[in-house]
Design a protein around this ligand. Structure first.
Ligand SMILES: NC(=O)c1ccc[n+]([C@@H]2O[C@H](COP(=O)([O-])OP(=O)(O)OC[C@H]3O[C@@H](n4cnc5c(N)ncnc54)[C@H](OP(=O)(O)O)[C@@H]3O)[C@@H](O)[C@H]2O)c1
Length: 131
């Protein structure tokens, strides 16, 4: 099996998404700009598996230097992960994906950003201890 990891950014209460985007999208404060840069640095050269909306939001400039894979709910997680035996695989969400793949993730990288506004997608701490 690959080295299965996850990377995400959350607001102060666990906010993950709003209307299909990051809740803080467009915020130019240094923490937010650095978070996006860090996401691309950490996933560079690796596999990023995620649901269709999350993969669809990756900008064109970032598509060349990582392997992006849209995963679907009818696919078997073990089979998906077994396609990348010698790679580092980042599980990129959204929440229904983490519900299913959390038990395979051994390293979480969570950046907590100073955002305190609304969201319609939330981080669930149970993912960290999913067995
Ligand atoms: N803050 C962050 O770090 C972060 C990270 C990721 C996403 N987000 C935010 O989250 C939102 C997007 O997430 P989303 O959940 O709405 O959409 P999504 O990224 O498309 O992920 C959910 C979809 O993944 C598919 N899927 C693939 N494998 C699955 C499985 N084994 N079990 C269940 N579903 C599976 C399902 O679609 P099918 O049933 O059609 O296959 C499901 O509806 C956006 O607002 C985005 O900005 C934030």
């Amino acid at each position: 099996m690959p080295d299965v990891r996850s990377i995400c950014a959350i607001g102060l209460s666990g906010q993950l998404g709003l209307h299909g985007h990051l809740p803080w999208e467009g915020d130019q404060r240094p923490e937010f700009v650095a978070d996006v840069a860090r996401f691309f640095d950490i996933t560079r050269g690796h596999v990023l598996i995620a649901g269709p909306k999350t993969i669809g939001a990756i900008p064109d400039f970032a598509r060349g230097d990582r392997t992006l894979v849209v995963i679907r709910s009818h696919e078997d997680p073990e089979e998906v992960l077994s396609r990348f035996p010698d790679r580092v695989v980042y599980v990129g969400g959204g929440p229904p994906v983490w519900d299913v793949y959390a038990r395979h993730i051994r390293h979480w990288d969570i950046n907590r950003l100073p955002y305190d506004g609304p969201a319609d997608r939330w981080f669930d701490p149970k993912w960290l201890v999913a067995g």
